[in-house]
Design a protein around this ligand. Structure first.
Ligand SMILES: *[C@@H]1O[C@H](CO)[C@@H](O)[C@H](O)[C@H]1NC(C)=O
Ligand SMILES: *[C@@H]1O[C@H](CO)[C@@H](O)[C@H](O)[C@H]1NC(C)=O
Ligand SMILES: *[C@@H]1O[C@H](CO)[C@@H](O)[C@H](O)[C@H]1NC(C)=O
Ligand SMILES: *[C@@H]1O[C@H](CO)[C@@H](O)[C@H](O)[C@H]1NC(C)=O
Ligand SMILES: *[C@@H]1O[C@H](CO)[C@@H](O)[C@H](O)[C@H]1NC(C)=O
Length: 387
């Protein structure tokens, strides 16, 4: 009814509101084109108010071709060839072989659908972005080791790819799965304690950490013998013999290993754990994760289950004096399988194949904020040790 004869029915006040609304709409649609904004330079801190990310977008015709083209803009471990997603797709999810294609060639930027940025590698941000293109925020180090890189780039990304479970695409250091849901637990026949001369080993290179693991280890060492390799420890195994150190030295002579993370952050479970699960050694974990959500039951010992390093030491001594009890930590190998660095290629390809609509990461500085992702050592240890 109102649409039929608005002039006779609308009071003056409503008219005013209508005009105001129209003016606002006009301003929103056209105003931004004319109003002078600070020049778009990358050295300038890109404030949200300036719509930095939006102005970066350059309208390109929608890209409908297959396959989906993924460009590695940065290195991963120092070399752009390190990503190796093509080989991991061929091996792990060959049905996606023809869905995603990967390149390191920057000249193919204009028709890349997805561009990967490993935060922490040094790189220059592209000066414009095709409107169909999605940028991926890739990070595998903890917020403590990386948040200083982020301020320039808060609102640029479309996809997150990290080790946290809240990421769009998971990029974890390892993962464990049940072998067969119907498999029944068989008693372990092998004696995993056999031939093990020593108790606890610890390979360590970062001696002063956010997690204060060094303080915990020092306390623990007062009650049990820990063989420390690195950081002033009396033992050594050269890096050049890394394979030997793990598969022979550690695997065959030690019962336990200190899988202590350097940062106390949610889901931050690194190769320090998954490497050890591969061996016949029990990892003693220290970190701010729900380990039991991610690792098989009875596959690790969590320092938080003990009220002090001393009571942990007593428990370890008990295990090392009772092979039956020690072997319980290996029963999981019958029912579960863990893999190191499963690689995110399949996850990423599947994600971009499904998520065709626009997506946007609100603010990576907030997403990767150490105050929300991590815990302070004092709070973590509580009464266990003084830090
Ligand atoms: C990519 O697109 C930009 C912006 O339209 C253009 O200036 C540039 O020449 C293009 N580069 C290539 C390699 O086609
Ligand atoms: C597991 O057992 C259930 C019920 O007996 C059966 O339906 C299912 O197919 C089995 N799964 C596997 C992987 O064997
Ligand atoms: C660890 O040692 C056991 C027996 O000593 C051996 O069977 C196994 O293959 C070793 N693991 C690795 C990864 O070398
Ligand atoms: C070892 O532990 C088992 C229970 O798992 C127990 O029955 C046995 O008595 C213990 N052996 C010793 C020597 O304490
Ligand atoms: C990617 O994110 C930016 C903002 O971060 C947004 O402007 C752009 O539209 C998004 N692009 C796609 C294809 O989702």
């Amino acid at each position: 009814m109102i649409a039929q004869s608005p002039s006779t029915r609308l009071p003056g006040l409503l008219y005013g509101t209508l005009i105001l609304l129209l003016a606002t709409a006009f301003y929103v649609i056209f105003g931004t084109t004319f109003i002078k904004r600070p020049h778009n330079t990358l050295s300038m801190f890109p404030s949200k108010a300036y719509g930095y990310a939006d102005r970066l977008n350059v309208v390109f015709p929608e890209r409908k071709e297959r396959p989906i083209k993924v460009l590695y803009w940065t290195t991963l471990w120092g070399n752009r060839k390190d990503w190796k997603f093509e080989t991991s797709i061929a091996r792990e999810c060959p049905v996606l072989n023809s869905v995603c294609k990967f390149t390191t060639d920057h000249r193919q930027y204009n028709d890349s659908d997805v561009v990967l940025f490993h935060i922490g590698s040094s790189y220059e941000i592209p000066k414009y972005r095709p409107s169909f293109q999605k940028w991926v925020f890739v990070i595998i180090e903890s917020p403590f080791n990386t948040h200083r890189y982020l301020s320039q780039e808060r609102w640029l990304y479309n996809i997150t790819m990290t080790y946290t479970r809240v990421s769009d695409v998971s990029f974890v250091y390892g993962e464990c799965r049940r072998r067969d849901p119907n498999a029944t637990k068989k008693p372990v026949k092998y004696n995993y304690a056999q031939g093990k001369k020593h108790l606890v080993a610890w390979f360590v290179s970062n001696c002063n950490t956010q997690s204060k693991r060094e303080v915990y280890a020092r306390e623990l060492a007062k009650h049990i013998d820990i063989h420390k390799f690195g950081c002033g420890g009396k033992h050594s195994c050269p890096r050049t013999k890394e394979a030997y150190c793990d598969t022979v030295l550690l695997n065959q002579t030690y019962k336990f290993y200190l899988s202590f993370e350097n940062s106390l952050c949610t889901d931050y479970i690194t190769e320090k754990v998954y490497r050890i699960l591969d061996l016949n050694v029990v990892p003693i974990v220290l970190g701010y994760s729900h380990y039991s959500d991610l690792l098989p039951p009875y596959s690790f010992i969590d320092v938080r289950d003990f009220d002090s390093p001393k009571s942990l030491a007593v428990y370890l001594e008990m295990l090392s004096n009772n092979d039956t009890e020690y072997n319980k930590y290996f029963a999981w190998k019958e029912t579960h399988k863990c893999r190191r660095m499963p690689g995110p290629a399949c996850n990423l390809c599947r994600y971009v194949q499904r998520q065709r609509q626009r997506t946007q990461v609100a603010d990576v500085v907030e997403f990767w904020d150490h105050n929300t992702n991590c815990i302070d050592a004092k709070q973590f240890y509580h009464d266990m040790i003084a830090v």
